[in-house]
Design a protein around this ligand. Structure first.
Ligand SMILES: [Zn+2]
Length: 249
């Protein structure tokens, strides 16, 4: 059920035939776990919170630094040294006080991932390191909770959706083996500001699609963006039958 305030606040979504009250109700009932409250986590949390996802959990153990402000659009100069998870949660609450938001302000280990993922309807991978991505993928495969993974570096980005509820869906490990991946991140390679907004927005859109059941999600498809050429490419992703995480063998 929605209050008059909610009906007005979400009216531009509810107006859309096909989305309607039913789609909005599904958003309200959803619990989204967002791992990383930085470049991708900011647009993801801002859009999912403003769109009316009922519960968000923001996880990040970092504090805000001056070099973050170039692209991490949830933060302000006055917040340097403050917790990213807390400040992003505050920002989303100031936009939409009608949803609930929890924060986790520490680095997670496998048990934490398993516990948090089990409580979630879906998980947003907004991190910049491979160890966390692989741990998150293992937890999502085990709990059959969909994972929406985004990455952005220099002028290149990619997004895909991994959903073990769908037969034949690959997992993140099917695409990347845990060996031999250098942990290249923005602090070493650089990143152009609006790129993270583009990739984060695609992740948020995919989340709304999965939650509402509308449209065709990016399952089994990897979307790759070359922002300098403004060229989107789509690669088909197949499940690896020998995958140690999601494979049957
Ligand atoms: Zn796999």
């Amino acid at each position: 059920m929605f209050s008059d305030e909610e009906l007005l606040r979400y009216s531009r979504q509810i107006l859309m035939p096909g989305f309607d009250i039913d789609g909005q109700q599904k958003l309200k009932s959803a619990r989204v776990l967002i791992i990383g409250a930085g470049s991708l986590g900011c647009p993801v949390a801002l859009y999912l919170g403003s769109a009316g996802v009922g519960h968000l959990t923001l996880v990040d153990d970092d504090v805000i630094e001056l070099a973050n402000l170039q692209r991490q659009i949830g933060f302000e100069l006055a917040q340097l040294g403050e917790s990213k998870a807390e400040m992003l949660a505050d920002r989303v609450r100031r936009i939409n006080p009608l949803i609930s938001i929890a924060t986790v302000n520490q680095r997670l280990v496998d048990d934490d991932f398993n516990r948090l993922v089990k409580e979630a309807s879906l998980v947003m991978d907004c991190t910049d390191n491979f160890d966390t991505r692989f741990a998150l993928n293992r937890a999502c495969v085990a709990a059959k909770v969909p994972l929406i993974s985004g990455a952005a570096i220099r002028g290149e980005g990619q997004v895909s959706v991994y959903d073990q509820r769908v037969a034949g869906s690959p997992c993140y490990h099917c695409l990347y083996s845990e060996q031999g991946n250098e942990d290249l991140n923005c602090s070493e390679a650089g990143v152009i500001a609006p790129l993270v907004g583009m990739i984060g927005s695609v992740q948020a859109m995919e989340a709304i699609k999965l939650i509402s059941g509308i449209g065709s999600p990016l399952i089994g498809r990897l979307l790759i963006l070359d922002a300098w050429q403004m060229h989107w490419r789509e690669m088909k992703l197949a499940k690896d039958p020998a995958c140690p995480v999601c494979g049957t063998g």
